[in-house]
Design a protein around this ligand. Structure first.
Ligand SMILES: Cc1cc2nc3c(=O)[nH]c(=O)nc-3n(C[C@H](O)[C@H](O)[C@H](O)COP(=O)(O)OP(=O)(O)OC[C@H]3O[C@@H](n4cnc5c(N)ncnc54)[C@H](O)[C@@H]3O)c2cc1C
Length: 410
């Protein structure tokens, strides 16, 4: 990725994939941990905003990479891609972790109003005024580009919690508001992992020598960082819940297609069925009670616009894009205007889109409108292995590849 903000189109995502795929083997394995700085991202894919919004879907990502490398040569990259499936599937089966995060975020924001010392430390961190050069540079990079290297995210979160002693929820919120790949599962669970709440008791401590090595000598916060990282604890345990049942479209059903920032390739879910019309709706503002950063907002909005443009052109149907926080009224009006009794959308995993759809449930039902959420085979196949630790899913990767990308997985 260059310093320029990533272009939110499927075409740009596929171009990036094509450029990167030849580097996903040994070169990725040996160099992926280095954060060479903005504009120097050739050692990683920088595909996360495209994958998060499914402008590029995981199956085609894996297929393209495995057309150029054996599964053994690309194993490190493939494992990283499955980390995403793991976090998505885990949160889907522990939705209360998300509810708890949202509630505790509001509480932490309220504490800022009541505690001027805490507010000062928070404001200094967010303004990039901590005096820890690497941290201050990452803040600037996060806010201006909407992207940080994985290692920088780990160091950042660790410094936020253990050196600056700020509440993890406020850090997760800052990331979620600014990352162009901002994702309820990958973000919340990674922050919890750094704090020792995901793998209970196991924390991540950022060390100056590690930062110096893997930033290629750009930074060395020697003597500035916490030297231990005691795990955070929480009073409640989160129960494992069943994955919601998959839904299907009935044959010959007249339907409207709702496109959200969750899936930029919805036509591939329709089995050749053609919608009567298309509506694109954006939920990015609901990532946080605080304002969402420009790059994150523009990428999500752009992804929806690109998807509506592409799908309306391909299927030769009408379409429009709208922004509303009341999807009940929005969907009921749209359905009645277009004489639709069924609305189809890509399955919305835990997060703001799912929340808006849940709130729309009653008004839709009262008006006799059926909402169908179609889930990708990729999620149906992976999620049952994602309820516990990552390593359970990792063990299944060869069998999962056989199922998901059979032509190239041997
Ligand atoms: C505190 C913290 C917060 C994070 N927040 C997010 C987030 O909001 N959204 C997000 O997509 N990722 C998040 N990540 C995971 C990871 O940092 C990014 O996915 C990765 O840096 C994206 O860069 P890339 O596309 O070049 O990755 P690559 O190294 O090229 O990996 C390829 C793809 O695999 C997936 N992936 C790689 N590493 C991870 C990982 N650890 N967890 C989940 N998926 C992964 C991504 O889809 C990525 O595009 C977070 C990590 C941390 C430590």
């Amino acid at each position: 990725m260059s310093d320029a903000i990533a272009e939110p189109t499927r075409e740009a995502g596929l171009r990036r994939l094509d450029e990167f795929a030849s580097r996903a083997g040994a070169r990725y394995t040996t160099s992926r941990s280095f954060d060479f700085g903005p504009g120097r991202r050739g050692n990683v894919s920088a595909l996360s905003p495209y994958i998060r919004h499914r402008l590029v879907v995981e199956q085609e990502l894996l297929e393209t990479v495995l057309q150029r490398h054996s599964p053994a040569a690309a194993s490190k990259f493939v494992e990283e891609v499955f980390w995403r499936a793991y976090f998505k599937g885990w949160l889907e089966q522990h939705p209360d972790v998300w509810v708890d995060y949202r509630t505790s975020l509001s509480q932490e924001l309220a504490k800022l109003d009541a505690d001027s010392g805490l507010l000062k430390r928070y404001e200094r961190a967010v303004a990039g005024n901590t005096g820890i050069d690497c941290f201050d540079a990452w803040i600037d990079e996060l806010i201006t580009t909407g992207y940080l290297h994985n290692h920088a995210r780990m160091w950042f979160a660790s410094i936020w919690v253990f050196t600056l002693e700020l509440p993890w929820q406020l850090g997760a919120d800052l990331f979620y508001r600014h990352l162009i790949d901002g994702d309820p599962a990958a973000n919340t669970l990674s922050w919890r992992w750094v704090c020792g709440l995901h793998t209970q008791g196991k924390t991540y401590l950022a060390r100056a020598d590690n930062i110096q090595k893997y930033t290629d000598g750009r930074f060395n916060p020697d003597g500035q960082l916490a030297t231990n990282a005691p795990a955070l604890t929480e009073s409640r345990a989160f129960a494992l819940k069943p994955i919601p049942a998959a839904q299907a479209l009935r044959p010959d059903e007249r339907f409207g297609l709702l496109i959200t920032e969750e899936d930029g390739c919805p036509a591939s879910l329709l089995d050749d069925a053609v919608p009567a019309t298309i509506l694109g709706a954006v939920a990015t503002r609901l990532r946080s009670p605080l304002p969402v950063g420009g790059p994150a907002r523009d990428f999500a909005q752009g992804a929806v616009v690109d998807t509506v443009d592409r799908v309306t052109r391909t299927l030769a149907v009408s379409g429009e894009v709208t922004a509303s926080d009341d999807w009940g009224s929005l969907l009921v009006e749209w359905a009645s205007k277009n004489r639709i009794e069924t609305i189809v959308t890509a399955y919305a995993p835990v997060g703001p889109v799912a929340e808006l759809l849940a709130l729309a449930g009653d008004p839709l039902e009262r008006n006799g409108i059926r909402l169908v959420q179609l889930r990708r085979v990729y999620d149906n196949v992976n999620w049952p292995h994602a309820g516990r630790g990552y390593f359970k899913l990792r063990k299944q990767i060869p069998a999962l590849l056989e199922q998901l990308v059979p032509t190239v997985s041997r």
